[in-house]
Design a binder for this molecule. Structure first.
Ligand SMILES: NC(=O)c1ccc[n+]([C@@H]2O[C@H](COP(=O)([O-])OP(=O)(O)OC[C@H]3O[C@@H](n4cnc5c(N)ncnc54)[C@H](O)[C@@H]3O)[C@@H](O)[C@H]2O)c1
Length: 361
Protein backbone atom coordinates (compact mmCIF):
# COMPACT_ATOMS: atom_id res chain seq x y z
CA UNK A 1 0.00 0.00 0.00
CA UNK A 2 1.46 3.35 -1.00
CA UNK A 3 1.92 5.96 1.70
CA UNK A 4 -0.63 8.09 -0.14
CA UNK A 5 -3.28 5.46 0.46
CA UNK A 6 -6.10 6.60 2.61
CA UNK A 7 -5.66 5.40 6.14
CA UNK A 8 -8.98 3.79 7.06
CA UNK A 9 -8.56 4.73 10.69
CA UNK A 10 -8.50 8.39 9.71
CA UNK A 11 -11.67 8.12 7.71
CA UNK A 12 -13.99 7.04 10.46
CA UNK A 13 -16.61 5.69 8.09
CA UNK A 14 -15.38 2.17 7.71
CA UNK A 15 -17.67 -0.77 8.14
CA UNK A 16 -16.84 -4.36 7.44
CA UNK A 17 -18.84 -6.25 4.88
CA UNK A 18 -19.40 -9.96 5.33
CA UNK A 19 -16.35 -11.96 4.36
CA UNK A 20 -18.07 -14.30 1.92
CA UNK A 21 -17.96 -12.64 -1.48
CA UNK A 22 -19.37 -13.96 -4.69
CA UNK A 23 -16.25 -13.15 -6.70
CA UNK A 24 -12.71 -13.93 -5.67
CA UNK A 25 -9.85 -12.99 -7.91
CA UNK A 26 -7.92 -16.15 -8.63
CA UNK A 27 -4.75 -14.24 -9.38
CA UNK A 28 -4.47 -11.84 -6.42
CA UNK A 29 -5.32 -9.18 -8.98
CA UNK A 30 -8.61 -7.42 -9.39
CA UNK A 31 -9.42 -7.79 -13.09
CA UNK A 32 -11.38 -4.80 -14.29
CA UNK A 33 -13.52 -4.30 -17.38
CA UNK A 34 -13.81 -0.63 -18.31
CA UNK A 35 -16.97 0.57 -20.08
CA UNK A 36 -16.54 3.96 -21.76
CA UNK A 37 -13.32 5.11 -23.41
CA UNK A 38 -14.20 8.71 -24.30
CA UNK A 39 -12.61 11.67 -22.52
CA UNK A 40 -12.20 10.23 -19.00
CA UNK A 41 -12.00 6.46 -19.65
CA UNK A 42 -8.37 6.54 -20.90
CA UNK A 43 -7.28 8.01 -17.55
CA UNK A 44 -8.97 5.15 -15.71
CA UNK A 45 -7.36 2.50 -17.92
CA UNK A 46 -3.91 4.11 -17.70
CA UNK A 47 -4.09 4.28 -13.91
CA UNK A 48 -5.32 0.71 -13.63
CA UNK A 49 -2.32 -0.46 -15.65
CA UNK A 50 0.09 1.02 -13.13
CA UNK A 51 -1.29 -1.01 -10.19
CA UNK A 52 0.15 -4.03 -8.42
CA UNK A 53 -3.23 -5.36 -7.33
CA UNK A 54 -5.45 -4.47 -10.30
CA UNK A 55 -5.40 -4.42 -14.07
CA UNK A 56 -7.72 -3.50 -16.92
CA UNK A 57 -8.38 -6.64 -18.93
CA UNK A 58 -11.14 -5.47 -21.25
CA UNK A 59 -12.32 -2.11 -22.62
CA UNK A 60 -15.77 -1.57 -24.06
CA UNK A 61 -17.00 1.38 -26.08
CA UNK A 62 -19.79 1.56 -28.61
CA UNK A 63 -17.73 3.99 -30.67
CA UNK A 64 -15.22 2.16 -32.97
CA UNK A 65 -12.89 5.18 -33.00
CA UNK A 66 -12.65 5.04 -29.21
CA UNK A 67 -11.80 1.34 -29.36
CA UNK A 68 -9.12 2.01 -31.98
CA UNK A 69 -7.55 4.54 -29.59
CA UNK A 70 -7.69 1.99 -26.77
CA UNK A 71 -6.00 -0.69 -28.89
CA UNK A 72 -3.27 1.72 -29.91
CA UNK A 73 -2.54 2.79 -26.33
CA UNK A 74 -2.92 -0.69 -24.78
CA UNK A 75 -2.41 -3.44 -27.38
CA UNK A 76 -2.66 -6.18 -24.76
CA UNK A 77 -6.16 -5.25 -23.61
CA UNK A 78 -9.12 -6.89 -25.31
CA UNK A 79 -11.63 -4.43 -26.79
CA UNK A 80 -15.35 -5.03 -27.26
CA UNK A 81 -18.31 -2.94 -28.35
CA UNK A 82 -21.02 -4.68 -26.33
CA UNK A 83 -21.05 -4.06 -22.54
CA UNK A 84 -22.51 -7.55 -22.05
CA UNK A 85 -19.14 -9.02 -23.02
CA UNK A 86 -17.71 -7.39 -19.90
CA UNK A 87 -20.74 -7.80 -17.67
CA UNK A 88 -20.98 -11.55 -18.29
CA UNK A 89 -17.30 -12.42 -18.48
CA UNK A 90 -16.28 -14.91 -15.77
CA UNK A 91 -12.74 -13.51 -15.97
CA UNK A 92 -13.74 -10.07 -14.76
CA UNK A 93 -14.10 -9.18 -11.07
CA UNK A 94 -15.04 -5.51 -11.33
CA UNK A 95 -16.56 -3.10 -13.82
CA UNK A 96 -15.61 0.55 -14.20
CA UNK A 97 -18.51 2.61 -15.57
CA UNK A 98 -17.01 5.64 -17.33
CA UNK A 99 -19.94 6.57 -19.55
CA UNK A 100 -22.35 9.55 -19.54
CA UNK A 101 -24.41 10.01 -16.39
CA UNK A 102 -27.72 8.83 -17.84
CA UNK A 103 -26.21 5.38 -18.54
CA UNK A 104 -24.68 4.87 -15.06
CA UNK A 105 -27.67 3.26 -13.36
CA UNK A 106 -28.42 0.61 -16.01
CA UNK A 107 -24.80 -0.42 -16.48
CA UNK A 108 -24.03 -0.51 -12.75
CA UNK A 109 -27.20 -2.45 -12.04
CA UNK A 110 -26.33 -5.07 -14.64
CA UNK A 111 -22.78 -5.29 -13.32
CA UNK A 112 -23.98 -5.88 -9.75
CA UNK A 113 -26.58 -8.39 -10.89
CA UNK A 114 -23.76 -10.27 -12.62
CA UNK A 115 -21.71 -10.34 -9.41
CA UNK A 116 -19.19 -7.61 -10.34
CA UNK A 117 -17.82 -4.93 -8.04
CA UNK A 118 -18.42 -1.45 -9.44
CA UNK A 119 -16.24 1.63 -9.84
CA UNK A 120 -18.52 4.34 -11.19
CA UNK A 121 -18.09 7.90 -12.32
CA UNK A 122 -19.43 10.95 -10.56
CA UNK A 123 -22.22 11.84 -10.27
CA UNK A 124 -23.20 8.36 -9.12
CA UNK A 125 -26.64 8.31 -10.76
CA UNK A 126 -29.27 10.61 -12.28
CA UNK A 127 -31.53 10.37 -9.21
CA UNK A 128 -31.38 9.47 -5.54
CA UNK A 129 -33.93 6.67 -6.11
CA UNK A 130 -31.51 5.01 -8.55
CA UNK A 131 -28.62 5.46 -6.11
CA UNK A 132 -30.61 3.93 -3.25
CA UNK A 133 -31.50 0.94 -5.41
CA UNK A 134 -27.86 0.32 -6.38
CA UNK A 135 -26.73 0.64 -2.76
CA UNK A 136 -29.33 -1.91 -1.68
CA UNK A 137 -28.41 -4.29 -4.51
CA UNK A 138 -24.69 -4.06 -3.75
CA UNK A 139 -25.29 -4.71 -0.05
CA UNK A 140 -27.47 -7.73 -0.84
CA UNK A 141 -24.85 -9.12 -3.22
CA UNK A 142 -21.97 -8.17 -0.88
CA UNK A 143 -20.23 -6.20 -3.60
CA UNK A 144 -18.16 -3.03 -3.44
CA UNK A 145 -19.39 0.19 -5.03
CA UNK A 146 -16.93 3.06 -5.31
CA UNK A 147 -17.90 6.42 -6.76
CA UNK A 148 -15.11 8.31 -8.50
CA UNK A 149 -14.82 11.39 -6.29
CA UNK A 150 -11.34 11.91 -7.68
CA UNK A 151 -10.48 15.09 -5.79
CA UNK A 152 -10.61 13.28 -2.45
CA UNK A 153 -7.42 11.51 -3.51
CA UNK A 154 -5.44 14.63 -4.40
CA UNK A 155 -2.62 15.81 -2.20
CA UNK A 156 -4.44 19.15 -1.78
CA UNK A 157 -7.70 17.74 -0.44
CA UNK A 158 -5.90 15.20 1.72
CA UNK A 159 -3.90 18.04 3.28
CA UNK A 160 -6.98 20.23 3.76
CA UNK A 161 -8.79 17.36 5.43
CA UNK A 162 -5.79 16.80 7.69
CA UNK A 163 -5.93 20.49 8.66
CA UNK A 164 -9.65 20.39 9.43
CA UNK A 165 -9.50 17.06 11.27
CA UNK A 166 -6.56 18.11 13.45
CA UNK A 167 -8.40 21.27 14.45
CA UNK A 168 -5.68 23.47 12.91
CA UNK A 169 -8.29 25.65 11.18
CA UNK A 170 -10.54 25.86 14.26
CA UNK A 171 -14.31 25.84 13.86
CA UNK A 172 -15.19 26.09 10.17
CA UNK A 173 -16.98 29.23 8.97
CA UNK A 174 -17.31 28.69 5.23
CA UNK A 175 -16.29 26.82 2.04
CA UNK A 176 -16.32 29.03 -1.05
CA UNK A 177 -15.42 27.63 -4.47
CA UNK A 178 -15.02 29.09 -7.94
CA UNK A 179 -14.92 26.33 -10.59
CA UNK A 180 -15.33 27.95 -13.98
CA UNK A 181 -14.04 27.48 -17.53
CA UNK A 182 -15.13 27.61 -21.17
CA UNK A 183 -16.95 24.28 -21.79
CA UNK A 184 -16.74 21.35 -21.95
CA UNK A 185 -20.47 21.35 -22.68
CA UNK A 186 -22.16 18.09 -21.68
CA UNK A 187 -25.29 17.02 -23.56
CA UNK A 188 -27.05 15.11 -20.82
CA UNK A 189 -26.36 17.14 -17.67
CA UNK A 190 -26.20 20.76 -16.55
CA UNK A 191 -23.07 22.51 -15.31
CA UNK A 192 -24.22 21.72 -11.76
CA UNK A 193 -24.31 17.96 -12.35
CA UNK A 194 -21.03 18.15 -14.27
CA UNK A 195 -18.82 20.35 -12.08
CA UNK A 196 -20.47 20.72 -8.66
CA UNK A 197 -20.03 17.03 -7.67
CA UNK A 198 -16.34 17.83 -7.18
CA UNK A 199 -17.07 20.49 -4.58
CA UNK A 200 -19.99 18.64 -3.02
CA UNK A 201 -17.87 15.54 -2.49
CA UNK A 202 -14.99 17.60 -1.09
CA UNK A 203 -17.36 19.41 1.28
CA UNK A 204 -18.90 16.11 2.33
CA UNK A 205 -15.40 14.84 3.08
CA UNK A 206 -14.06 17.80 5.04
CA UNK A 207 -17.11 19.42 6.67
CA UNK A 208 -18.38 16.01 7.79
CA UNK A 209 -21.90 17.24 8.64
CA UNK A 210 -25.23 16.68 6.97
CA UNK A 211 -26.26 19.76 4.97
CA UNK A 212 -29.55 21.28 6.10
CA UNK A 213 -30.73 23.28 3.11
CA UNK A 214 -29.76 24.47 -0.36
CA UNK A 215 -30.45 27.56 -2.41
CA UNK A 216 -29.46 27.52 -6.08
CA UNK A 217 -29.89 29.78 -9.06
CA UNK A 218 -28.78 29.28 -12.61
CA UNK A 219 -29.51 30.03 -16.24
CA UNK A 220 -29.56 28.21 -19.57
CA UNK A 221 -28.12 30.09 -22.51
CA UNK A 222 -27.14 27.62 -25.19
CA UNK A 223 -28.37 24.03 -25.17
CA UNK A 224 -31.27 23.71 -22.76
CA UNK A 225 -29.33 22.96 -19.57
CA UNK A 226 -27.93 25.42 -17.02
CA UNK A 227 -24.47 26.55 -18.09
CA UNK A 228 -23.98 29.08 -15.26
CA UNK A 229 -25.08 28.32 -11.70
CA UNK A 230 -24.59 29.35 -8.09
CA UNK A 231 -25.30 27.17 -5.07
CA UNK A 232 -25.42 27.99 -1.39
CA UNK A 233 -25.46 25.13 1.08
CA UNK A 234 -26.32 25.56 4.75
CA UNK A 235 -24.76 23.26 7.34
CA UNK A 236 -25.29 23.03 11.10
CA UNK A 237 -23.39 25.44 13.38
CA UNK A 238 -23.52 28.33 10.89
CA UNK A 239 -21.18 26.68 8.40
CA UNK A 240 -22.05 27.93 4.92
CA UNK A 241 -20.78 26.86 1.52
CA UNK A 242 -20.97 28.58 -1.83
CA UNK A 243 -20.17 27.07 -5.21
CA UNK A 244 -19.96 28.98 -8.48
CA UNK A 245 -19.87 26.73 -11.56
CA UNK A 246 -19.79 28.10 -15.09
CA UNK A 247 -19.12 26.74 -18.59
CA UNK A 248 -19.17 30.24 -20.09
CA UNK A 249 -16.14 31.70 -18.38
CA UNK A 250 -13.39 33.11 -20.61
CA UNK A 251 -10.76 31.79 -18.24
CA UNK A 252 -10.35 28.66 -16.17
CA UNK A 253 -10.37 29.23 -12.42
CA UNK A 254 -10.20 26.60 -9.69
CA UNK A 255 -9.94 28.50 -6.44
CA UNK A 256 -11.43 27.53 -3.11
CA UNK A 257 -11.39 29.46 0.16
CA UNK A 258 -11.97 27.66 3.41
CA UNK A 259 -12.40 29.91 6.40
CA UNK A 260 -11.90 28.72 9.94
CA UNK A 261 -11.90 30.50 13.24
CA UNK A 262 -8.14 29.91 13.73
CA UNK A 263 -6.78 29.76 10.18
CA UNK A 264 -7.91 30.19 6.60
CA UNK A 265 -6.98 28.25 3.48
CA UNK A 266 -6.68 29.40 -0.12
CA UNK A 267 -6.44 26.46 -2.54
CA UNK A 268 -5.58 27.34 -6.13
CA UNK A 269 -5.56 24.06 -8.00
CA UNK A 270 -4.10 25.53 -11.17
CA UNK A 271 -0.70 26.55 -9.85
CA UNK A 272 2.23 24.15 -9.77
CA UNK A 273 3.66 25.29 -6.45
CA UNK A 274 1.96 26.29 -3.23
CA UNK A 275 -1.47 25.09 -4.34
CA UNK A 276 -2.61 25.21 -0.73
CA UNK A 277 -1.77 28.24 1.37
CA UNK A 278 -2.69 28.46 5.01
CA UNK A 279 -3.12 31.93 6.45
CA UNK A 280 -2.92 32.67 10.13
CA UNK A 281 -5.49 35.40 9.78
CA UNK A 282 -8.76 36.06 11.48
CA UNK A 283 -11.03 38.38 13.33
CA UNK A 284 -11.94 38.45 16.97
CA UNK A 285 -14.72 40.45 18.47
CA UNK A 286 -15.07 41.07 22.14
CA UNK A 287 -17.93 43.05 23.51
CA UNK A 288 -17.99 45.31 26.48
CA UNK A 289 -21.10 46.74 28.11
CA UNK A 290 -23.02 48.20 25.20
CA UNK A 291 -23.03 47.91 21.43
CA UNK A 292 -20.55 50.79 21.20
CA UNK A 293 -18.05 48.80 23.26
CA UNK A 294 -17.51 46.14 20.54
CA UNK A 295 -13.81 45.55 20.15
CA UNK A 296 -12.75 44.20 16.77
CA UNK A 297 -9.24 42.89 16.48
CA UNK A 298 -7.72 41.56 13.27
CA UNK A 299 -5.04 38.92 13.41
CA UNK A 300 -2.61 38.93 10.53
CA UNK A 301 0.06 36.32 11.08
CA UNK A 302 2.17 34.14 8.84
CA UNK A 303 1.24 32.32 5.67
CA UNK A 304 2.65 28.85 5.00
CA UNK A 305 2.32 26.45 2.11
CA UNK A 306 2.35 22.82 3.25
CA UNK A 307 4.07 20.12 1.28
CA UNK A 308 1.54 18.11 -0.75
CA UNK A 309 1.69 14.48 -1.86
CA UNK A 310 2.46 14.40 -5.58
CA UNK A 311 1.02 11.05 -6.75
CA UNK A 312 -1.72 11.16 -9.38
CA UNK A 313 -5.08 11.07 -7.61
CA UNK A 314 -6.56 8.41 -9.90
CA UNK A 315 -3.58 6.14 -9.33
CA UNK A 316 -4.16 6.31 -5.59
CA UNK A 317 -7.90 5.85 -6.03
CA UNK A 318 -7.64 2.78 -8.30
CA UNK A 319 -5.24 1.15 -5.84
CA UNK A 320 -7.67 1.89 -3.01
CA UNK A 321 -10.52 0.36 -5.06
CA UNK A 322 -8.63 -2.91 -5.48
CA UNK A 323 -7.55 -2.88 -1.86
CA UNK A 324 -11.14 -2.43 -0.65
CA UNK A 325 -12.28 -5.36 -2.79
CA UNK A 326 -9.48 -7.65 -1.69
CA UNK A 327 -9.76 -6.81 2.01
CA UNK A 328 -13.54 -6.53 2.24
CA UNK A 329 -13.38 -2.88 3.23
CA UNK A 330 -16.10 -0.36 2.59
CA UNK A 331 -14.57 2.62 0.78
CA UNK A 332 -15.23 6.07 2.21
CA UNK A 333 -16.31 7.12 -1.30
CA UNK A 334 -18.93 4.38 -1.45
CA UNK A 335 -22.48 4.44 -2.79
CA UNK A 336 -23.68 6.33 0.29
CA UNK A 337 -21.16 9.11 -0.41
CA UNK A 338 -22.38 9.16 -4.03
CA UNK A 339 -26.00 9.33 -2.83
CA UNK A 340 -25.29 12.28 -0.51
CA UNK A 341 -23.92 14.19 -3.52
CA UNK A 342 -26.86 13.23 -5.77
CA UNK A 343 -29.32 14.42 -3.08
CA UNK A 344 -27.64 17.84 -3.04
CA UNK A 345 -27.73 17.98 -6.86
CA UNK A 346 -31.43 17.16 -6.88
CA UNK A 347 -32.13 19.81 -4.27
CA UNK A 348 -30.17 22.33 -6.34
CA UNK A 349 -32.25 21.50 -9.44
CA UNK A 350 -35.46 21.96 -7.45
CA UNK A 351 -34.31 25.30 -6.11
CA UNK A 352 -33.29 26.50 -9.59
CA UNK A 353 -36.74 25.56 -10.95
CA UNK A 354 -38.29 27.68 -8.16
CA UNK A 355 -35.97 30.62 -8.82
CA UNK A 356 -33.80 30.22 -5.76
CA UNK A 357 -36.27 28.92 -3.18
CA UNK A 358 -34.71 27.41 -0.05
CA UNK A 359 -34.94 23.61 -0.26
CA UNK A 360 -34.63 21.71 3.03
CA UNK A 361 -32.73 18.44 2.91
N1 LIG B 1 -13.87 12.28 -12.07
C1 LIG B 1 -13.64 13.25 -12.93
O1 LIG B 1 -12.88 14.19 -12.66
C2 LIG B 1 -14.33 13.20 -14.27
C3 LIG B 1 -13.87 13.97 -15.33
C4 LIG B 1 -14.52 13.88 -16.57
C5 LIG B 1 -15.64 13.07 -16.70
N2 LIG B 1 -16.08 12.36 -15.63
C6 LIG B 1 -17.26 11.50 -15.73
O2 LIG B 1 -16.95 10.42 -16.61
C7 LIG B 1 -18.12 10.02 -17.30
C8 LIG B 1 -17.82 10.02 -18.80
O3 LIG B 1 -17.51 11.33 -19.18
P1 LIG B 1 -16.67 11.63 -20.50
O4 LIG B 1 -16.39 13.08 -20.47
O5 LIG B 1 -15.55 10.67 -20.62
O6 LIG B 1 -17.77 11.32 -21.61
P2 LIG B 1 -17.49 10.99 -23.17
O7 LIG B 1 -18.79 11.24 -23.84
O8 LIG B 1 -16.27 11.68 -23.64
O9 LIG B 1 -17.16 9.44 -23.17
C9 LIG B 1 -18.12 8.47 -22.88
C10 LIG B 1 -17.82 7.23 -23.73
O10 LIG B 1 -18.73 6.22 -23.35
C11 LIG B 1 -19.17 5.53 -24.52
N3 LIG B 1 -20.46 4.94 -24.21
C12 LIG B 1 -21.62 5.56 -23.85
N4 LIG B 1 -22.59 4.68 -23.59
C13 LIG B 1 -22.04 3.45 -23.76
C14 LIG B 1 -22.54 2.14 -23.63
N5 LIG B 1 -23.80 1.90 -23.24
N6 LIG B 1 -21.72 1.12 -23.91
C15 LIG B 1 -20.44 1.33 -24.31
N7 LIG B 1 -19.91 2.57 -24.44
C16 LIG B 1 -20.69 3.61 -24.17
C17 LIG B 1 -19.23 6.61 -25.59
O11 LIG B 1 -19.12 6.04 -26.89
C18 LIG B 1 -18.01 7.46 -25.24
O12 LIG B 1 -16.85 7.06 -25.92
C19 LIG B 1 -19.23 10.97 -16.88
O13 LIG B 1 -19.98 10.39 -15.86
C20 LIG B 1 -18.48 12.17 -16.34
O14 LIG B 1 -19.22 12.86 -15.33
C21 LIG B 1 -15.44 12.41 -14.43
Amino acid sequence: MSDLMVDPASIGQQAQVPSVRPQESRTGMVRVGVIGYGYWGPNIVRNLQGQQNAQAVMVCDQNPAALARARKAHPSIETVSNPLDILRSPDIDAVAVITPVWTHYELAKMALENGKHVFIEKPFTSSSAQAEELIELAARKRLTVMVDHTFLFTGAVRKIRELTESGALGDLYYYDSLRVNLGLFQHDVSVIWDLAPHDLSIMDHIIRAEPEAIVATGEKHLNGVEDVAFMTIYFPRNVIAHINVNWLSPVKIRTTLIGGQKKMVVWNDLVADEKVRVYDRGVEITSGEGIRDLLVSYRSGDMWAPQLEQLEALHVEMGYFAECIMNNKVPFNDGHAGLRVVRMLEAADKSIRRKGELIRL
